[in-house]
Design a protein around this ligand. Structure first.
Ligand code: NAD
Length: 276
């Protein structure tokens, strides 16, 4: 069965819109982009479109690549102090020469709708959080929507980045799963993935997960985004072959991607509620 991220994301956005209308809040999201990375431009445009769709006021701040870290930090400081801005998103990756970590830590934790600030990361660790990072939160939301309970299951997360793999593992642990984290130095990856009741792959490598690496009936979540030659995107999982074995699987596109976008809108609404 296909886990329809696109359809569920639409419902999340509708819900955000309804809450904005009923509360009378006008959440404000500042979207900061530095330089002219074409992929970043697409992501920023999509975020602005999502904001418009659900009634969030978005404001774009585009700095040239050579603006310098000082200027970027000054902008973040200004946004931290603005009452009409509730969420601040700095589109990553930043150009070479910018200390990404320093920039993230400069964002007020209350406005850190990506949940990358150390304080928010620590809160996720303890389970006492205001925001969850959008991609793993979107995965949990999808599992919930299809009544897939991670409790007692063996969840294998492939990829251990700070933005996807690690928080994903932590959130599954909070749901009482038994969690294994695999990464580039894992020896014999297939021996782990074959044990997974729920397999989450967040690597960025086409066909990393083939059908022989998946247990019959497993739930397979493909977070990976890979650009195909000639246009379009695909995930990390050999979708056609793996969907024959999986009980549930996310497509790419139309799976985790739209959920990530929708959860950013929800985090912005939550930030506005908390700050008001
Ligand atoms: P990253 O490059 O920071 O991390 C990649 C991870 O994969 C690392 O932990 C690395 O150890 C692991 N890895 C690399 N090669 C491996 C291999 N051969 N076997 C096992 N593990 C291996 O990437 P990221 O930011 O975590 O993103 C991962 C993927 O998810 C990318 O394709 C990215 O585009 C995608 N992504 C999708 C969404 C979405 O909304 N769908 C959001 C964020 C990231």
């Amino acid at each position: 069965m296909v886990l329809d991220g696109k359809g569920l994301a639409k419902k999340v956005l509708e819900n955000v819109k309804a809450q904005i209308e009923s509360t009378g809040l006008t959440p404000g999201l500042a979207v900061v982009i530095v330089g002219d990375n074409p992929a970043s431009r697409v992501y920023v445009n999509n975020k602005k479109k999502d904001c418009a769709e659900c009634g969030i006021k978005s404001e774009e701040f585009a700095l040239p690549e050579n603006a310098g870290e000082g200027k970027l930090l000054a902008l973040i400081d200004e946004l931290n102090n603005r009452k009409d801005i509730h969420g601040i998103l700095v589109q990553l990756p930043l150009p070479v020469g910018y200390a990404q970590e320093k920039v993230i830590q400069a964002i007020s934790p209350a406005k850190d709708v990506d949940a990358f600030h150390m304080l928010n990361v620590g809160r996720i660790f303890t389970g006492n959080y205001s925001f969850l990072p959008c991609t793993p939160a979107g995965v949990i939301e999808l599992l919930d929507a299809y009544d897939i309970d991670p409790k007692g299951k063996h969840c294998v997360v492939v990829g251990h980045s700070n933005i996807v793999g690690k928080p994903m593992a932590m959130m599954l642990l909070h749901r009482h799963a038994t969690v294994t984290i695999c990464h580039i130095h894992t020896v014999d990856l297939a021996s782990f993935t074959r044990q997974a009741d729920i397999l989450v792959c967040a690597v960025g490598k086409v066909n990393l997960i083939t059908a022989d690496m998946v247990k019959q009936g497993a739930v397979v979540i493909d977070v990976g985004i890979n650009r195909k030659e000639g246009g379009g995107i695909c995930g990390d999982v050999d979708y056609e072959a793996v969907s024959e074995k999986a009980s549930y699987i996310t497509p790419v596109p139309g799976g985790v991607g739209p959920m990530t976008r929708a959860l950013l809108m929800r985090n912005t609404l939550e930030a506005a509620k908390n700050l008001n």
